[in-house]
Design a protein around this ligand. Structure first.
Ligand SMILES: [Zn+2]
Ligand SMILES: [Zn+2]
Ligand SMILES: [Zn+2]
Length: 272
C-alpha cells in the first residue's frame, strides 16, 4: 500500500527530526544552564542569579538548534572567514525562523542564551586549561559574538544598511582578532566577576591583534594601517594595500558592502 508506506516514511522522518532536535539542543543547553558551580570561586552573578527559563520549544529554541546544526557550539568548527557574517545573516533572516527577528522577547532570549554559553565555557575552560587558555582562539567564539552583535543591531536599527555596515565592522574585528576581543565583548555585556577577572588577565597577557586584509597576517593592531578611503579595512604594509586595491576599489567608499565577510553579490542582491 503506497499510502501506508508514505505514512511510515513520514513517521520515520518525524522520529529522525525529533532525535536531531534533541542532539542539537544538547550542544548548547547544558553549558548555558550550568553556572559552573564547581569552578567559580568568587561570589558572582553565576551563583547569585537563576539561569533563564528555557521553553521546551519556540522561535528562540529552534534558532539555537538551527545554529547548533551549523556548528556554532563546536570548538572544532572552522568558519571560513569570508562568509562568516553572511552565515549569521542567513541564519537570522532565514524564513524558517521569523520569530527571532520580529519578536523582541525571543531575540533577547537568544542573546542571553548565547552570552551565557560563551561566558560559561570561557570560565570553565580557563580554569581547566590554565595558562594556555589565553592564547587559544576558536573560530566559533568569533562566530557566536558576531551573531550576538547582529541580533543586537537588528533590535536597535531598522535601516538594514546601517545594520550591515556595523555588523561588518565588528565581524572584521572579531574574526581578525584573538581571545582578548571575544572576552571583552562578553564581559561588557554580562555582569560577572569571574569574567571581568579573566578579561583583566587577558589584557595583560595577550596583545590587541588584527588581520591584514590582503595577506591575512595577524599582527599587533597598532601596526596595522587603515584604508583612509573607507576607514574600515586594514593592511600590514603599503605593498599589501597596493596589491589589494584592484579588488578593494570596488567596495571602498561603500562601507555597507565592503567587508570581506559579506560577498559583494550577496550585498547587491540584498540591497534592493
Ligand atoms: Zn561569574
Ligand atoms: Zn599584509
Ligand atoms: Zn577603503
Amino acid at each position: 500500500m503506497p499510502s501506508r508506506k508514505k505514512a511510515r516514511g513520514r513517521q520515520n522522518r518525524a522520529k529522525k527530526e525529533a532525535t536531531r532536535t534533541v542532539e542539537q539542543r544538547s550542544l548548547w543547553e547544558p553549558t548555558v544552564l550550568r553556572g559552573n558551580p564547581g569552578v567559580v570561586t568568587v561570589p558572582c552573578e553565576h551563583t547569585l542569579t537563576a539561569p533563564p527559563q528555557i521553553p521546551p520549544e519556540g522561535p528562540a529554541v529552534s534558532f539555537m538548534n538551527h545554529i547548533a546544526g551549523l556548528g556554532f557550539f563546536n570548538k572544532a568548527t572552522l568558519f571560513r572567514i569570508e562568509p562568516l557574517m553572511k552565515t549569521c545573516f542567513d541564519a537570522v533572516l532565514s524564513l524558517r525562523l521569523p520569530g527571532v527577528r520580529k519578536e523582541d522577547k525571543e531575540r533577547s532570549l537568544v542573546i542571553d542564551l548565547l552570552l551565557r554559553f560563551v561566558r560559561n565555557s570561557f570560565v570553565r575552560d580557563a580554569r581547566i586549561e590554565g595558562e594556555k587558555w589565553y592564547y587559544q582562539y576558536h573560530e566559533n567564539e568569533a562566530a557566536i559574538c558576531c551573531m550576538i552583535y547582529l541580533l543586537e543591531l537588528l533590535g536597535t536599527y531598522s535601516d538594514m544598511i546601517v545594520v550591515r555596515r556595523r555588523a561588518a565592522k565588528m565581524g572584521n574585528k572579531l574574526a581578525g582578532g584573538n581571545r582578548r576581543d571575544a572576552v571583552k565583548f562578553v564581559a561588557k555585556r554580562l555582569p560577572c566577576t569571574c569574567l571581568k577577572e579573566l578579561h583583566s588577565i587577558t589584557r595583560m597577557k595577550v596583545a590587541k591583534e588584527g588581520q591584514c586584509h590582503n595577506c591575512a597576517k595577524q599582527i599587533p593592531r597598532s601596526q596595522l594601517h587603515v584604508c583612509t578611503g573607507c576607514m574600515m579595512v586594514e593592511y600590514c604594509c603599503r605593498e599589501c594595500q597596493r596589491a589589494d586595491w584592484k579588488d578593494h576599489k570596488q567596495f571602498c567608499g561603500y562601507p555597507e558592502v565592503m567587508s570581506r565577510f559579506l560577498h559583494s553579490d550577496y550585498c547587491v542582491f540584498k540591497r534592493s
